[in-house]
Design a protein around this ligand. Sequence first.
Ligand code: 3PG
Length: 306
Amino acid sequence: MKVLVATEKPFSGVAVKGIKEVFDAVGYEVVMLEKYTEKSQLLDAVKDVDAMIIRSDKVDAEVLDAAKQLKIVVRAGAGYDNIDLAAATAHNVVAMNTPGQNANSVAELVFGLLVFGVRNFFNGTSGTELKGKKLGILAFGNVGRNVARIAKGFGMEIAAYDAFCPAEAIEAAGVKAAKSQDELFETCDIVSLHIPATPETKQSINYALVGKLKKGGILVNTARKEVIDEAGLIKLMEERQDLKYLTDIKPDADAEFAEKFVGRYFATPKKMGAQTAEANVNAGIAAANQIVGFLRDGITKFQVNK
Ligand code: 3PG
């Protein structure tokens, strides 16, 4: 068996070593395609592989067409909006993710961004503290739960809303369950986004919703750029000088945000949420084990294109 690790944004060295050890133990060959710049490099690399590990790398119908031997693609991470699931199914390819494996890493970055934000981007002026502020967590999955856990350490008040998670499950985690997305934005000082990019969520974080934030409100996005209505958010931030937007995913209109909202907008140069040695090891090795589990034993746990 031949496995391709295709990571435009590479894993840490220790994670690559761990992935190779998993495949060495079962005699699979591993080929690496890191930091590639052209899709043609990916199309070439997938030609003769049986399995693939990817991160946010795009696996669309063209890639699947080129990957004639491919049986399984595992997204080492949570969000799988970068895989064309219908095309994978049509090509008889199993698609999986590795839920939870990088959740703590993403959650810690939320607080890195927040401390940076409330301390005025470390510009030397007097800022505010997170203690006593109300944090709204939009979607209470693996990342949202880790955000709640860490927020307790900061002494924050915490609320969450999740369209798919019952209020009782949220309350069982010691978090107030908001009745709606609107209520979450209306009642919180800070809202942290942890929703996936789906047809329902795309551009759902819009002018009207973010406009419900209290004075001095902060929106933090470590989820996906697609969930933001960028034009609506720009209009709102022009009208409300008190709002800040901190994001780990550069918007398409990054230059406009940066120019218009100096001191109120920050975007990491590259998505950094899952970019820790620990998250890379956890997600990368989980992906490798899932590939072996599927190819050797037919295990389809975590398949997302059923
Ligand atoms: C995820 O969905 O797991 C995160 O967004 C991390 O993405 P990355 O592997 O591209 O850093």
